[in-house]
Ligand binder design. Structure first.
Ligand code: URP
Ligand code: ZN
Ligand code: ZN
Length: 460
């Protein structure tokens, strides 16, 4: 199969030019003006942007969590990703405390093998660091191509590790040339506030927000960065939401430390006022919670200053029926919100089309930086000869409305119902195959492959 994309406006993280792209098999084989080659399929991209497919390094598919499972499985979640212009996701394998890392890996392989539509990889969440899990780290890196290790500083009793385990894990991951990533919030302080609010009969969704004040995130981000500094391990903070946490990341950068930071679209464009309604606010119960307008401004600046390198989703959908598990108690609302399908269009609309970020920055934070940070560049994250042909053709001007009626995620509401978006994914090419055309899915379940990643080399 060969595809010729004609006359597109090619945007990468550092270039912007008009040319043709010729794809043979799974990779890009030629880029140039007026290419005269015969192709099985020709796409006229005149007036359209041609950009690297999105890489979303923070999703939770079919994940057991808070007594239920996130509602998108590997088939529905990766299909929705493709509709939204994302051609690769990185999911989190969660170790069960008391069991091995391999035990968890096998469970995730069982839920994903042969089911994905786009490419995917795993971060390994270490929830119980001890001598036997320590011995598995080098196997994950060298045999499985899993080079990033997720930690939780919250969710005590299920996922949280203490600082003794954290420092031990960091030393081992540093030795194996991997990276430690973190959900950085102070679990003990949050648990104290949750218990206090419940004891006072304060049970509405807004108390989820009030149980996780900014300080719980800034304190944990700083503590994590300090431990990473001491051990020298490359570090990455997932879902950064607030100015206080960002300032800790800036402090780390001032001492020339590599602490990468990710935010998610929802933290850039939604705010905590959404919790000021009755149970409806449960749609946005996620951890950390939505913050204030001043935090949105700080995050946009963080992106432009290079302190925030990635914009992901933390896609973790729960249906309305699942959210109702917490109708009488906010602490039982499954935490998470849907976003895998809307990230690329929302960020373009709110970021590029409203003048907050450039087109090159858009590509950097939606694709290239994730590929570089997580050991996949230049196979993924760029449009270059020899790279995987993961490409989106995007109309920067087409307007449309987001709705649960038209999205492809397996969830019965949209976190952005009725939002008017300017910018639309028109075609998606996934490893050389036309995956989306005219809003129709063209690849089969199982086309998506597991991507083994390289050791972390800190190239950005
Ligand atoms: O609320 C969230 N973010 N749910 C998914 C788990 C996590 O903390 O990322
Ligand atoms: Zn988290
Ligand atoms: Zn998450």
């Amino acid at each position: 199969m060969s595809i010729l994309i004609k006359n597109g406006h090619i945007i990468t993280s550092d270039e912007d030019y008009i040319a043709d792209v010729f794809i043979e098999g799974e990779t890009v084989s030629m880029i140039g003006k007026n290419l005269s080659v015969k192709a099985d399929k020709t796409i006229d991209a005149t007036g359209k942007l041609v950009m690297p497919g999105g890489i979303d390094p923070h999703v939770h598919l079919d994940m057991p969590f808070m007594g239920t499972f996130s509602s998108d499985n590997y088939e529905t979640g990766t299909g929705a990703a493709l509709f939204g212009g994302t051609t690769m996701v990185i999911d989190f394998v969660l170790q069960t405390q008391g069991k091995s890392l391999y035990n968890a890996l096998e469970a995730w392989q069982g839920r994903s093998n042969g089911k994905a539509l786009c490419d995917y990889s795993f971060h390994m969440a270490v929830t119980d660091f001890n001598d036997s899990t320590k011995a598995e780290i080098s196997k994950m890196v060298n045999d499985e191509g899993i080079t990033s290790f997720k930690t939780f500083m919250a969710y005590k009793g299920a996922l949280m590790i203490d600082d003794r385990q954290m420092i031990g894990l960091m030393q081992e991951v540093k030795k194996q040339e991997g990276m430690v990533t973190v959900h950085a919030t102070n679990g003990d302080v949050i648990d104290f506030l949750v218990a206090k609010h419940r004891a006072e009969g304060k049970l509405a969704p807004i108390y989820h927000y009030l149980s996780q004040p900014e300080i719980t995130e800034s304190e944990a981000s700083g503590r994590f960065a300090d431990m990473a500094y001491y051990t020298g391990v490359p570090a990455y903070i997932v879902h950064t939401t607030c100015e206080g946490a960002l300032n800790q990341i800036r402090t780390a950068a001032r001492r020339n430390q590599k602490v990468y930071s990710e935010t998610c679209v929802q933290y850039l464009i939604l705010d905590a006022s959404l919790y000021e309604q009755n149970f409806e606010g449960a749609k946005w119960v996620m951890s950390p919670p939505l913050r204030e307008k001043k935090d949105q401004a700080a995050l946009w600046s963080g992106i432009n200053q290079g302190s925030v390198q990635v914009v992901a989703t933390d896609h973790c959908p729960f249906t309305w029926e699942q959210k109702l598990m917490g109708k009488d108690d906010f602490s039982k609302i499954p935490n998470g919100h849907p976003g895998i399908e809307t990230r690329m269009e929302l960020l373009f609309s709110e970021g590029v089309n409203k003048g907050k970020i450039s087109q090159n920055k858009y590509v950097e934070v939606t694709s290239t930086n994730a590929a570089k940070i997580f050991g996949m560049f230049p196979k993924k994250g760029c449009i270059a000869v020899g790279s995987d042909a993961d490409i989106i053709i995007f109309d920067p001007n087409e307007e449309h409305i987001l709705s649960a009626k038209t999205h492809h995620m397996n969830i019965d509401y949209s976190a952005y119902e009725g939002w008017k978006v300017k910018g639309k994914v028109k075609s998606v090419i996934m490893r050389g195959q036309l995956a989306i055309e005219n809003n129709v899915l063209k690849v089969q379940k199982g086309y998506g492959k597991f991507v083994k990643r390289n050791k972390v080399n800190g190239i950005i």
